[in-house]
Every structure is written in structure tokens, then in C-alpha cells.
Design a protein around this ligand. Structure first.
Ligand code: FES
Length: 361
């Protein structure tokens, strides 16, 4: 059966892997790319033009820390020139009033500020950067002053999930229109630190109640998106809304990926924008077509009424937990891999001595 391929709506540009923070749940790969391998300003500008031509509407400028790129303002201007909606995903470190005003003038549409904790002690410990929290709060004030629409991106895990009510309060205090409460997904550095980051079932249950209450009471004031901890769910998430369906990622050196963790699937070969047009990679690239649609799904998923809801779940999670990217996501209650996931979960949450964080360095 031939698959209908629509153009992507969103593109995540990982401008750099450099970052002043060292969060142990960073979604970057554990093999970070060096500054010398990063694409030039002109190369990114060309990609933005290609992306717009391909049909991309939203550009997420990410990293690492995108503010580590000295040409960030030029990159935003180039993206706007291409007609893309621009969202800056930042820790705030490396931004100041002068740069933020220049970004505003260049046409930046939206800022997504990451939050490592609601106190300096927690935030600076998780980010591995002393003084980071105070700088972030200062940047948040400037963002509000300029009037950028702001989303607070709170990454939650065992150490800070109990601070969820205070986290939501902080979003209100900072004037955010939206908060994304994202429980850590175990890819990249988070996979290395899974045993330390995995919340308990009690924490997850309490968090769900807090979120439900807040959605009700803050209706009209704050939009709340909740990404629950995957391992406690009964069914998998529709990762990337389905592989190669709506979004793509570009790494700092121009490699084009169907998702941020795709390089953990060893048999896939990824192409680079230096060698092939973005549009050709999207429509014809072998890696993009490997898990596109539902025809490739195993028999178990083919007969499931959730087949067109979650598309078998996350390929990278099947790879990480089961060593088989073609298997149903082990989060699924119907999957034979669920037993392996439950065993991991029990072992990690019951461990008496939690290991120390391995910080991203
Ligand atoms: Fe790669 Fe889910 S992170 S498919």
C-alpha cells in the first residue's frame, strides 16, 4: 500500500550542542557535537528557505543552548525572512536585555523558557550551574517587559515533582501564557540517569491530581500541557505524531533526523543537508520511510484499535528498552515487552541507594 506523505509542519533546529548547563536529563545525544562541526549562518539560512518551501510553518530554535550561537539574532532574522514562525527554546543563560530586544526586532515570535526548579538550590543543582536560577529569573522579567508570548517548560522528575504546585505558581508569577509540565522522557542523557530521575507511583498520582485541579481553576489564565511519565502509562504516546509525519530535526552539523533520538537506532542511515535537498530527504530518505505510516507495524499493532492513534509508540524507546526498534513500544500494556519495562521500573524505584546524577558535560 502506498503511504500518503504530507509536508512537515514543524522543524526543530538544534543550532548547537554547546550549553552552559549540564542537566542530567538533556535530550541531546551522549556523544555531543563540537563547535567546529556546526553549520554556518548561511547554511542555516538556506535550510530555513528549504524548510519553508517544503511546507514547514513553525521553527523551533533549540540546542544545547541556542543563545550560545553568537549569530542567533541573524538566524532568527533569516527564519523570519523565510516566512517561518519562530520559537526560541532557551534556558535564558546567555541572553540579556540587549540581545532579547535585538531578537524582538529580528521578529522572534515566541519564547519557551526551561525551568530546572523553583528554588535556586534545586535549579542550580539540576542545571549544574551556580547562579543560573537568578539569571533566569532576570531574563524572565525582560521577556515579560518586551511582551514576548512565554511558555514555561518545566521538566519534572523524582527530585522536583513534589514542587509541582509551586512550579505552576511560578508560571503565573512570570506571566507565562502556557506551561508545559513535561515529565522526563528517557532518551539521551535522561536514559543514562533513568534510575535517579524515575518518579514513584505516588508522586505521579499526586501530580495528575494537581494538574487536573490546576486546569480547572486556571482556565482562561494559563494553558497547562502535561506530558505524563511514560513508564507509568498503559499505552504509548504517538511519538512525533507518527514517524516522518509532521516534524523533523536538524542536528548542529546538518544531519536530518525523524526525531531527536533517532541516531540511537543503529541500522538507520541519516542524510545531511550538505549532500541532499531537505525535500528529497523528507519524502524519499530511507530513514524517514523506515517507520512511516502503519504498514511496517508488527501483527500485534495491526489488529489493535489504537493503531492509528499511537502508531506503535516510540521507536527509540523500543530500541532503548528492548534492543529492537521495530517492536511495539514496551509502554503498551498489550506488548510482550511490557514485562521488561515493569521489571526495570520496579528495580529502579525500589533501589535503596539511588545513584548519583551523571551530568551532561
Ligand atoms: Fe524517536 Fe520517539 S524519540 S521515535
Amino acid at each position: 500500500m502506498s503511504i500518503r506523505i504530507d509536508p512537515p509542519m514543524a522543524m526543530l533546529a538544534e543550532l548547537t550542542h554547546r550549553c552552559p548547563l549540564a542537566c542530567p536529563y538533556c535530550s541531546n545525544p551522549t556523544e555531543l557535537l563540537a563547535k567546529e562541526t556546526e553549520l554556518s549562518t548561511d547554511a542555516w539560512a538556506d535550510i530555513f528557505q528549504q524548510a519553508a518551501k517544503l511546507g514547514v510553518l513553525q521553527l523551533h530554535l533549540s540546542g544545547g543552548e541556542p543563545a550560545s550561537r553568537r549569530d542567533l539574532v541573524e538566524l532568527v532574522a533569516a527564519a523570519r525572512e523565510a516566512g517561518l514562525y519562530t520559537n526560541l527554546i532557551t534556558s535564558g543563560i546567555g541572553l540579556n536585555e540587549r540581545r532579547l530586544r535585538a531578537l524582538d526586532e529580528a521578529g522572534l515570535d515566541h519564547v519557551q523558557l526551561s525551568l530546572q526548579g523553583v528554588t535556586a538550590a534545586m535549579a542550580d543543582r539540576i542545571g549544574g550551574y551556580k547562579g543560573g536560577f537568578d539569571r533566569k529569573m532576570h531574563v524572565a522579567e525582560i521577556i515579560a517587559d518586551i511582551g514576548f508570548p512565554l511558555t514555561l517548560n518545566a521538566v519534572m522528575h523524582r527530585e522536583n515533582l513534589d514542587d509541582l504546585p509551586a512550579t505552576i505558581d511560578m508560571a503565573l508569577r512570570l506571566g507565562a501564557r502556557r506551561i508545559e509540565i513535561a515529565c522526563v522522557q528517557f532518551q539521551g542523557w535522561a536514559l543514562v540517569n533513568r534510575a535517579v530521575l524515575q518518579p514513584s507511583r505516588e508522586q505521579v498520582d499526586a501530580a495528575k491530581k494537581t494538574v487536573a485541579r490546576a486546569i480547572e481553576t486556571l482556565k482562561g489564565r494559563l494553558v497547562i500541557d502535561f506530558v505524563p511519565p511514560d513508564y507509568y502509562s498503559d499505552f504509548p504516546k504517538a511519538c512525533m505524531n507518527g514517524w516522518g509525519s509532521t516534524g523533523l530535526n536538524i542536528t548542529p552539523n546538518g544531519t536530518v533526523l525523524p526525531c531527536h533520538a533517532a541516531e540511537t537506532i543503529p541500522h538507520l542511515q541519516f542524510e545531511n543537508v550538505a549532500k541532499r535537498e531537505l525535500s528529497d530527504i523528507w519524502y524519499d530518505g530511507a530513514a524517514f520511510n523506515a517507520y512511516r505510516g502503519t504498514d511496517w507495524l508488527p501483527e500485534l499493532c495491526q489488529g489493535c484499535d489504537r493503531r492509528d492513534i499511537d502508531f506503535g509508540g516510540c521507536r527509540c524507546q523500543a530500541m532503548a528498552v528492548l534492543g529492537d526498534a521495530s517492536a511495539p513500544d514496551p509502554v503498551c500494556r498489550k506488548s510482550p515487552g511490557r514485562a521488561a519495562l515493569d521489571a526495570l521500573l520496579n528495580e529502579e524505584v525500589q533501589a535503596v541507594d539511588a545513584p548519583e546524577f551523571v551530568f551532561r558535560r
